[in-house]
Design a protein. Structure first.
Lengths: 426, 290, 271
């Protein structure tokens, strides 16, 4: 009887102390270690995994960084971020943002300025393309992780050098197709989504035009270069240079087609380079990159599509978050991301490093493209403008309307949107 | 003793999910509330409604939504009737066969929407593989003329079992001696079907139609996952447009305007259909009593 | 006779073929998916299932979340709808008809149009990312159907039975406990299953109320998987997810076929 009681009390004491320690230890340690959470699209979450591990080792005593692996598609991750922000209960301190979201998020008042974390000399270290799209109304809200840029991929086994004008691209493609070297000439992103706006921006600039002129507030879609760009893309499908299915292609379908050797050219982002050098690629070692084609007299243009970190207003760990940004965007991290995953570095010094140039001669092409990087319209209503463009351009690509009429419609709707916005922008 | 108070909790709930939102939309539709106003409502004198009038995209989406709804409900009624007639027959393993027929209806829409995206994929999906044997690639989800048909197909696949079950209930309510009398008079089975089954089934057909039309007008899940509204917005529905306006464009004032306008338009159509059905039923029952 | 068996086979093929195709896809290697008519050594694989199950968070979590919300919403719906339906059956014909019309109107409402206002409610009351809270709109949206179904079941109880119970001095709660609930068990079962299916499958509200990955319900998780793979053609993994997501419901339909059918059909007969 007595013994039994003793056992019970010993058991109880052990149990109680266990419970107490389980409750106390995390609360005690929590005071020292700041938890930081960043939302990233799936590919970035995967490719930064090692860096995050290194970071957590380095800051073992002070910060713990967690990455939420979001969806892959740009729209899907934006929907997720926005619905969290609208709910007012964001389970993350920061997020990796696409370049086109910034004005909208900043205007909605969701972002914290980064001016304290990064200064003028940090900005000067960035390449031209990476300097774009980080500010809204003169305030720095975003720090780039990768400098994404639109590129033309071409097959080194099928031609000596890449074409430089749209006509040349068509001629080379047709020749190769006629000789049964490839089933298709050129694959690109023709689905009605953001990728289509990027493709179009490169072409309208490449024909010497302008999507949106922020100084005058005018649209150039229905001007000659704008219509030419839409017409050229439509003709690619019409004349069989591009498969009809490009009207439903996003990046991954495009890559799939080019990777299996079905096409002579592809428009894609730098990440594709690494994918094309993998073992299952049928074009491994036979790929070159170049800036997008441009009409004679016009300068080639590449859409800037970089991803960068932004800090959310509600975060309770601002300094720790900036610490994490700095670590993840440092030169060492950039090199790792580049060598392992092919992500385009943001720092000038990497492109000017002779050892790098010797080891990866193709980065000179990336550097060139970054120098002609172009921004999509920088306004909080960009999503609407892009949507209008995609929708109307899609109608041209699928032959519902002529290029001219579709671009006219796009212009008038875009003007209405800016007009409606204008009254509220003051 | 009155027991009305037992209805109160249910009606409080209904008021908070149906009444409040509708009032809120009506109010919001007269305000600018978007990213440009810093997500704060500012009265704008009906500018949203003016914009809606001139918004081609809204009217195109309305037409597309109606096209989708009428096409899918039409096929569902036809196919549902055929399936109901079949399931009404005595057969072995009826329970199992009914379960199998019910499965499409029970699965979450998003689950199979993904599946359909793969089945209609160009060039690797089975449909395209099949048609390309004869040298044709339809590029179904990439072509504005076909994509909406793929959506209708997916919707018909999913909701026909529901229609079939309602019609089955109707068939079971028809007394057998009516058929016996009919066949005794020497009429063919088709004549019996036309003279007896169809008129008596009318209320059920009407019920299934109204219910399904109302649901089809709000089509959202299927479109969002299967096509995202593309290509060339040819599959965008009103609900999806309202959703984009709210979550992508952060324009709540306009999104609310779209929703309340759509609600009024669509419920007018449903009410009209209901009224038409009552009218037809009166005629139908008169024909039977004659 | 032959025609009948042929039509049955046709019906089964129509209903099940897309699912079987998903099943086939889920076991095929990516290589096999892009070159369908070629024979190859590594034709079959379990890789897709492995990747779906070992994902973070594991796929089963979504099933558990959906199950939780479904059961909670079903219970809440019954607790509120049963008394309401009882009360409806006691009202005068004009009053109860008026209420029925309101309920039918609500049931016909394309509820997806409510998402924006519901999102605002969730924000105002901090109901986001909470599975308990998510059951509330489901309960509310299920009321019309549940009250209509149960209400017509209540009218089928003979009034003498009710009177006898009152004479015995049974309170309302006791009458529910000993008379109504046992008598209405089949109708309750049908209602419960229909409400459960609705909650399990609901998409737009779950999409806007839940943003944390670990709290997603199955339909939203499925839609998100669509965009989260980094494979070029990720349909193998999608297919594995559709198969895993479909199995619980297929089992449910096979086990509860009778109450589902009677719920839908009695709704049609009396509604």
């Amino acid at each position: 009887m007595f013994r039994w009681r003793k056992k019970l009390s010993v058991g109880l004491t052990i149990g109680l102390s266990l419970v107490l320690s389980l409750v106390l230890i995390p609360t005690l340690t929590a005071q020292e270690i700041e938890p930081v959470t960043i939302l990233m699209p799936a590919p970035f979450a995967d490719s930064t995994r090692d860096l995050v591990k290194d970071f957590n080792q380095k800051y073992e005593k002070s910060i713990h960084l967690d990455v939420i692996r979001g969806p892959l598609e740009t729209e899907a991750i934006s929907d997720l971020a926005i619905s969290s922000l609208l709910l007012g209960d964001t389970p993350f301190d920061a997020l990796l943002m696409d370049i086109t979201w910034l004005p909208k998020y900043a205007r909605a008042g969701w972002l914290e300025a980064l001016d304290n974390g990064f200064d003028e000399s940090d900005i000067n270290d960035l390449t031209n393309g990476a300097q774009l799209g980080n500010n809204y109304q003169g305030v720095l809200y975003r720090w780039p992780l990768v400098a994404d840029i639109g590129l033309l991929f071409w097959r080194t086994d099928l031609m000596e050098k890449p074409p430089s004008t749209p006509d040349e691209l068509v001629a080379v493609s047709r020749n190769l197709q006629n000789n049964k070297k490839v089933p298709w000439g050129y694959v690109w992103q023709g689905r009605q989504y953001e990728g289509l706006s990027c493709v179009y921006l490169e072409m309208i600039d490449g024909f010497g035009g302008n999507w949106f002129n922020p100084d005058r507030g005018t649209f150039g879609l229905d001007q000659k270069p704008g219509v030419n760009a839409a017409q050229w893309l439509t003709d690619l499908i019409q004349e069989g240079i591009s498969p009809e299915a490009v009207t439903n292609y996003a990046e991954s379908e495009t890559l799939q087609s080019f990777k299996s050797g079905d096409s002579a050219f592809m428009r894609n982002w730098p990440y594709a380079w690494a994918e094309l050098q993998k073992e299952d690629s049928r074009v491994r070692g036979k790929v070159g990159i170049s800036t997008m084609v441009a009409a004679p007299g016009a300068s080639p243009a590449s859409t800037v599509g970089s991803w960068g970190f932004s800090l959310l207003k509600g975060s309770k760990h601002k300094e720790a978050v900036i610490e994490a940004f700095k670590f993840l965007t440092s030169k060492e991290s950039q090199l790792k991301m580049f060598e392992e995953y092919g992500y385009t570095p943001t720092l000038k010094s990497i492109y000017e490093d002779p050892i790098m140039l010797e080891k990866y001669p193709y980065i000179i092409e990336l550097y060139k493209a970054l120098k002609v990087g172009r921004m999509r319209p920088e306004t909080p209503v960009y999503a609407q403008l892009s949507d209008v463009l995609q929708r109307n351009l899609s109608e041209s690509l699928t032959q519902e309307l002529t290029a001219k009429i579709s671009m006219k419609n796009a212009t008038s709707t875009s003007e209405q949107i800016m007009l409606a916005a204008g009254g509220l922008m003051k | 003793m009155t027991v009305v108070y037992l209805l109160i909790p249910a009606f409080l709930l209904l008021a908070s999910v149906f009444g409040l939102p509708l009032l809120r939309y009506a109010w919001l539709s007269f305000h600018a509330d978007s990213v440009l106003t810093g997500l704060q409502p500012i009265a704008n004198d009906g500018a949203n409604w003016l914009r809606l009038m001139h918004d081609q995209r809204y009217w195109q989406d309305l037409i597309q939504t109606l096209r989708f709804a009428f096409a899918s409900v039409g096929f569902e009624l036809l196919l549902g009737l055929a399936i109901a007639l079949l399931l009404h027959q005595p057969m072995r393993k009826r329970g199992l066969i009914r379960s199998a027929a019910l499965i499409p209806w029970a699965l979450p829409t998003t689950v199979m929407a993904l599946g359909w995206r793969w089945i209609f994929n160009t060039p690797y999906g089975p449909i395209d593989q099949f048609t390309s044997l004869s040298g044709i690639s339809l590029n179904i989800l990439g072509n504005p003329s076909f994509a909406w048909i793929a959506l209708v197909y997916a919707d018909v696949w999913k909701t026909t079992p529901f229609v079939a079950l309602i019609l089955l209930a109707g068939l079971q309510s028809i007394p057998n001696d009516l058929y016996e009398a009919c066949t005794l008079e020497g009429a063919s089975s088709f004549t019996c079907f036309r003279k007896i089954t169809l008129p008596l089934l009318k209320p059920y057909l009407g019920l299934a139609m109204t219910f399904r039309l109302a649901q089809a007008f709000g089509v959202f899940d299927l479109v969002q996952v299967m096509t995202g509204g593309g290509p060339a917005s040819s599959t965008e529905s009103l609900a999806l447009y309202a959703y984009w306006n709210a979550l992508r464009f952060l324009d709540f004032g306009y999104s609310a305007t779209i929703m309340i306008a759509s609600f009024v338009l669509l419920s007018t159509i449903v009410a009209f259909g209901w009224w038409l059905m009552i009218l037809l039923n009166q005629r139908g029952s008169m024909a039977v009593t004659e | 006779m032959k025609l009948k068996s042929a039509s049955i086979i046709l019906l089964l093929a129509w209903s099940l073929a897309p699912l079987l195709w998903q099943l086939y896809t889920s076991f095929s290697t990516d290589q096999a998916l892009v070159t369908p008519f070629e024979t190859m050594a590594n034709r079959w694989t379990l890789e897709h299932y492995r990747s779906v199950i070992s994902a973070n968070p594991p796929f089963f979590l979504y099933l558990i979340n959906s199950l939780f919300v479904g059961i909670l919403a079903t219970l809440l719906t019954l607790i509120i709808a049963l008394p309401a339906a009882y009360s409806l059956s006691k009202l005068s014909t004009t009053k109860s008809n008026l209420i029925r019309i309101i309920l039918v109107g609500c049931a016909l409402f394309p509820y997806v149009l409510l998402f924006l206002a519901l999102l605002e409610i969730a924000r105002a009351l901090s109901l986001g990312n909470n599975l308990f809270a998510l059951a509330l709109p489901y309960t509310a949206l299920s009321q019309p159907l549940a009250i209509l179904l149960l209400g017509s079941a209540f009218t089928s109880i003979p009034p003498e039975l009710d009177d006898a119970a009152r004479v015995e001095g049974l309170t309302l709660i006791n009458r529910f406990r000993w008379i109504y609930i046992p008598l209405l068990a089949p109708a309750i079962a049908s209602t419960a299953i229909l409400v459960f299916l609705f909650s399990w499958n609901e998409y737009p509200i779950a999409l806007t109320w839940i943003s944390e990955t670990s709290k997603l319900t199955l339909p939203v998780a499925m839609a998100r998987i669509a965009g989260s793979s980094i494979h070029s053609v990720p349909y193998g993994a999608y297919a594995a997810a559709t198969v895993l997501g479909a199995i619980p419901l297929i089992l449910l339909v096979i086990v509860f076929q009778k109450p589902i059918v009677s719920g839908l059909t009695s709704g049609a007969v009396k509604g």
